[in-house]
Design a protein around this ligand. Structure first.
Ligand code: TRP
Ligand code: SF4
Length: 404
């Protein structure tokens, strides 16, 4: 192909819940660390999201945010490979949220499964607020602002990405119509240069006559890789390609994170609210102590009783941390009562402690240097704002709010 497209963009966010634990690490963060080297990644601290359920006590918000950034860095997010920022430092999130709220039917928000679920789960809080209802739409704004191709999230967030796609479609439908759309699109085609213009026309024909997905992809890459196009023209050509109006907000796709079952110390899912966690930066001696007393197969009361690894939470950790050989050794030794639980835990403790030590070592330099952390975030916010500003210019113009 004549032009090569830049890496597709990825965006994801996390609420600042304070220091992260192994559940957070294996459920999301580890995945982000891999993605940063394959895509153009934007990762942010969703501090406004924390307010949607925790508006009554904000005393820990800032410190939780900084601690989470340090966890991210410790886990291996590399500020020269990805962009790290704080949501509230990019006010465009709020502006887009407001504008999208104008076209979002209430029913769409009321039907999001987490709306009723969370209200029931967090009964002690009054969540009959405007902000809580609007939370999935705030998330839509978070996403659409950066026009990412992929949003890596777990199963629980898929419905939020789905509503984001619906909101984008509705926005484009309402504001992507231009009277002279075809003429403007054809003019933009010319700007591609004669060779690429011909290729674009061919691919467009291929897509529109036979629905060839490959043709759509190639044409989209052709547009993405063309630095001479203005953003508005790129949107026109994308819409012209697909047979719609201008595509101002692009529909993101879920990149489903495979989330292994991370059991907590009591065998239930590892979760801060259960108080059964192992922190990402916890003292290694403390980690070893916790693991030694971790819940095992409750039926295995004595050393001489055989156990069942399939119902043992410790074995779930082996599945994450141990090689196939070690897993086979543990399973066989458990079922035959050939090994004791402490023996079984030994290689696991070593693996968990080694991982935590790596994270602690990387985090250390940031724990001792808050200014370095602030600097990383300041730079990330600047980059995020630049991307956000570009989208907002298009959004405002499309909605008739340009005031030029
Ligand atoms: N709602 C997400 C959560 O609770 C966090 C989040 C906020 C997010 N905005 C986002 C995730 C945008 C992905 C993209 O985990
Ligand atoms: Fe669990 Fe290992 Fe004990 Fe078996 S031997 S019950 S797998 S800790």
């Amino acid at each position: 192909m004549a032009t090569s497209a830049p890496n597709p963009r990825v965006l994801s966010g996390m609420r600042p819940t304070g220091q992260l634990h192994l559940g957070n690490f294996h459920g999301a963060l580890k995945n982000w660390v891999e993605l940063q080297y394959q895509y153009e990644c934007f990762f942010f601290i969703a501090d406004w999201h924390a307010l949607t359920t925790g508006y009554d006590d904000t005393s820990q918000l800032e410190e939780n945010t900084w601690q989470m950034v340090i966890d991210w860095l410790g886990a291996g997010l590399n500020p020269s490979a990805c962009t790290l920022f704080i949501q509230s430092k990019v006010p465009e999130h709020a502006e887009l949220h407001l504008l999208l709220s104008m076209i979002t039917p209430l029913g769409w928000l009321e039907r999001v499964p987490s709306y009723k679920d969370q209200q029931e789960q967090l009964k002690e809080k009054d969540l009959a607020t405007y902000g809580f209802l609007g939370y999935p739409l705030l998330q839509s704004a978070d996403i659409l602002l950066y026009r990412p191709k992929y949003v890596p999230v777990g199963e629980d967030q898929v419905a939020h990405v789905e509503i984001t796609r619906e909101v984008a479609r509705r926005f484009n439908h309402v504001y992507g119509r231009e009277k002279d759309f075809e003429a403007k699109a054809e003019k933009a085609v010319k700007r591609l240069g004669s060779k690429n213009a011909q290729l674009y026309h061919e691919l467009r024909r291929a897509y529109q006559t036979s629905g060839e997905a490959r043709a759509l992809e190639r044409a989209a890459a052709l547009l993405a890789g063309n630095a001479r196009l203005t953003v508005a023209d790129r949107e026109r050509l994308q819409g012209y390609l697909e047979g719609t109006g201008r595509v101002i907000l692009t529909e993101p796709e879920v990149l489903l994170t495979n989330t292994p079952k991370v059991p907590g110390l009591d065998g239930r899912k590892m979760s801060k609210s259960y108080g059964n966690t192992i922190g990402l930066r916890e003292d290694p001696a403390e980690v070893a102590k916790k693991l030694k007393t971790m819940q095992t197969d409750p039926a295995r009361a004595r050393r001489s009783d055989p156990g069942n690894p399939d119902i043992c939470p410790v074995f779930d950790l082996h599945r994450i941390y141990s090689s196939a050989e070690t897993q086979a050794w543990a399973a066989a030794g458990c079922k035959s009562a050939g090994i004791g639980c402490l023996e079984c835990k030994k290689p696991l403790i070593e693996a968990v402690v080694a991982e935590i030590e790596t994270i602690r070592a990387r985090a250390k330099e940031y724990e001792d240097n808050r200014d370095a952390v602030r600097g990383i975030i300041a730079e990330g916010c600047e980059k995020a704002r630049e991307a956000a500003r570009e989208t907002m210019q298009e959004v405002r113009a499309a909605m008739g709010l340009e005031y030029r």
